[in-house]
Design a protein around this ligand. Structure first.
Ligand code: NAD
Ligand code: ZN
Length: 378
């Protein structure tokens, strides 16, 4: 390609500082170094974790950065030592890597990988390396990916090659939200046929969790959200009942316990609020209830009385739905192509990269499920 080996100047949405709108800038993207892949991002979703970094986490060392971690694109060029990818391959950037070599990658018990930013810079939410500069400054790559940029450079351990006929403006959602929620139900909670589940928070992550509970054969799927506008959408993915905590004077965990004669078998917290995490645990049935924390926050401690766990409940967390990323993402892309999972139904808005601040506002106000931004022409 004409651009291989050269610095590419392109458009990106830069988060210069917390709490401020992103700014569309021209950035310079360096050529890929050893084991790296430069990717033209075609489409990206906007996930709540982008908003978390900007408005909630606000880690001072986490800026300036290019946000976005739910994208899909095409390989533009590869650095020395890359044999797995070539120019023109369709790929999904992975915010959690799979090096295949570390003790975590070698264990079937986890999808954690010791090589990416998650092992050293989880608080700052960016990788040590960045191939971006803008106005003479280094710009961080949020979650090692930075999909709000027309081009990005990623180590090959954090890139998945996908089906060459996959529509990138749909499968981008498998880069985060849909794999996260679906896998949290199927891989982490290990929902069983005939069970009763509760899903707290009906954004894309929660709706994907509903979809996972349904595909695992759950009999009752109780969808919980404080925004009743989300309930119609939850039905599409398999929710059987709806509860708005605001309609009840009792704590939501008691409401759910009463509805289910003692508690649900599985609950999934897809909000990112420690109070909701507690409710999700406590609405589980004692003896065997399993509650999974999916929502992302590092701001507060979670708490419950020990007796709630002594009595036999299990509290778990799930990162990227427990999927080993390089293996799982291509499989999920094929599941979509084979019509085994839904993706189109999550997308409520299609916009251009320039409209990223509008997409952020929509999510802040609960007015979208997923906005997909078109970033580069294919
Ligand atoms: P979203 O903003 O689209 O959805 C969140 C939903 O929670 C909204 O519908 C909102 O109305 C609802 N909500 C808010 N307060 C509530 C309450 N008290 N009770 C019930 N519902 C409530 O967000 P999303 O993109 O779907 O992401 C959801 C969470 O998952 C975020 O915390 C995000 O950071 C996290 N996340 C985690 C991972 C992971 O790997 N663990 C990956 C992606 C996203
Ligand atoms: Zn995300």
């Amino acid at each position: 390609m004409a651009t291989a080996g050269k610095v590419i100047k392109c458009k990106a949405a830069v988060a210069w500082e917390p709490n401020k709108p992103l700014v569309i800038e021209e950035i310079e993207v360096a050529p890929p170094q050893a084991n790296e892949v430069r990717i033209k991002i075609v489409a990206t979703g906007v996930c709540h974790t982008d908003l978390y970094h900007l408005f909630e986490g606000k880690h001072k060392d986490g800026f300036p950065a290019v946000l976005g971690h739910e994208g899909a694109g095409i390989v533009e060029s590869v650095g020395p030592g890359v044999t797995e990818f070539k120019t023109g391959d369709k790929v999904i950037p992975l915010f959690i890597s799979q090096c295949g070599e570390c003790r975590f990658c070698k264990s079937p018990k986890t999808n954690f990988c010791n090589e990416g930013w998650t092992s050293t810079r989880q608080d700052v939410m960016s990788s040590e390396d960045s191939r971006f500069t803008c106005k003479g400054q280094k710009i961080l790559q949020f979650m090692g990916t930075s999909t709000f940029s027309q081009y990005t450079v990623i180590n090959q351990i954090a890139v998945a090659k996908i089906n060459s006929s996959a529509p990138l403006d749909k499968v981008c959602l498998l880069g985060c939200g849909v794999c996260t929620g679906y896998g949290a139900a199927v891989n982490t909670a290990k929902v069983e046929p005939g069970s009763t589940c509760a899903v707290f928070g009906l954004g894309a992550v929660g709706l994907a969790a509903v979809m996972g509970c349904k595909s695992a054969g759950a009999r009752r799927i109780i969808a919980v959200d404080i925004n009743p506008d989300k309930f119609e959408k939850a039905k599409v993915f398999g929710a059987t009942e709806f509860v708005n905590p605001k309609d009840h004077s009792q704590p939501i965990s008691q409401v759910l316990s009463q509805m289910t004669s003692g508690g649900v078998d599985y609950s999934l917290e897809c909000v990112g609020n420690v109070g909701v995490m507690r409710s999700a645990l406590e609405c589980c049935i004692k003896g065997w209830g399993v509650s999974v924390i999916v929502g992302w926050t590092d701001m507060d401690n979670v708490a419950t009385r020990p007796i709630n766990l002594i009595g036999g409940r299990t509290w778990k967390g799930s990162l990227f739905g427990g999927f080993k990323s390089k293996d799982g993402v291509p499989q999920m892309v094929n599941a979509y192509m084979d019509k085994k999972i839904k993706l189109d139904e999550f997308i409520t808005h299609n916009m251009a990269l320039d409209e990223v601040n509008d997409a952020i506002e929509l999510m802040k106000h609960g007015q979208c499920i997923r906005s997909v931004l078109s970033v580069s022409l294919q």
